[in-house]
Design a protein around this ligand. Structure first.
Ligand code: CA
Length: 231
């Protein structure tokens, strides 16, 4: 079945461009022009993914993102934000509210199709992963969740508990950007008050232990980290 994409954007030209290209790529496309309609349509139509512009009239895109992610009926719908190149703070805020990815304007239609497909694929893989497994395998890396062991080509890698949590998180959703705050929460819990450098220190140690493979963990400037997508 075709995946349903809901576009939330008030600029007509951008809607037309996105709609045309996503339909060409085989998606079913619907759109609304403001935040209130977005919430309603998300409930009525349960889209597979929402492309959410942050610059909306009346209700700001970040608020829409928060409302969608706080409602149990819509919180599992992946959100890809559209942001202007200058709005780095908004991107970070959006990711922290639970958005799955972002695309900066101006974008190419091809880029949008690729990112949307990647997020949908990732969600699918994530579903399968939670259903079955005790192993994550990606780009020549194997994580054995029962044995708490990480294997790469050159053999088993000895990791601390924190490093293991990090690699497990990264490898379970390649391509997803994690901000430093999200990593702090996931790894150390909400109650931990550390400084940004804590995350950087653990990530660089993990990278070093992984050797050449460490390059798979990319720094996303001003935002955080992500595990390279396969292919
Ligand atoms: Ca807009």
């Amino acid at each position: 079945m075709e995946s349903k994409i809901l576009i939330v954007e008030d600029e007509r030209d951008i809607v037309d461009l996105l709609r045309y290209n996503l339909r060409e790529a085989g998606f079913e496309v619907d759109y609304v022009r403001n935040g209130a309609d977005a919430l309603q349509r998300a409930l009525e139509n349960s889209p597979d993914l929402i492309l959410l512009d942050l610059m909306l009239p009346e209700v700001d895109g970040l608020i829409v993102c928060r409302l969608l992610k706080n409602d149990p009926r819509t919180k599992n719908i992946p959100i890809v934000m559209l942001t202007a190149k200058v709005e780095e703070g908004d991107r970070v805020a959006g990711l922290e509210l639970g958005a799955d990815d972002y695309i900066t304007k101006p974008f190419s239609p091809r880029e949008v199709v690729l990112r949307v497909s990647a997020v949908l694929r990732r969600i699918q893989v994530g579903k399968q992963a939670t259903a079955e497994i005790n192993q994550i395998q990606t780009h020549g890396l194997t994580i054995d969740l029962d044995k708490h062991q990480v294997l790469i080509e050159s053999g088993a890698i000895d990791l601390t508990a924190t490093e293991f949590k990090l690699i497990k998180l990264f490898a379970s959703s390649p391509g997803r950007v994690y901000t430093r705050d999200i990593l702090m929460d996931v790894i150390w819990g909400q109650e931990y008050y550390g400084i940004d450098r804590t995350v950087d220190t653990h990530v660089s140690r993990l990278r070093r232990k992984l050797g050449d493979f460490g390059k798979q963990i990319e720094t996303v400037h001003g935002v955080g980290y992500r595990f390279k997508e396969q292919g």
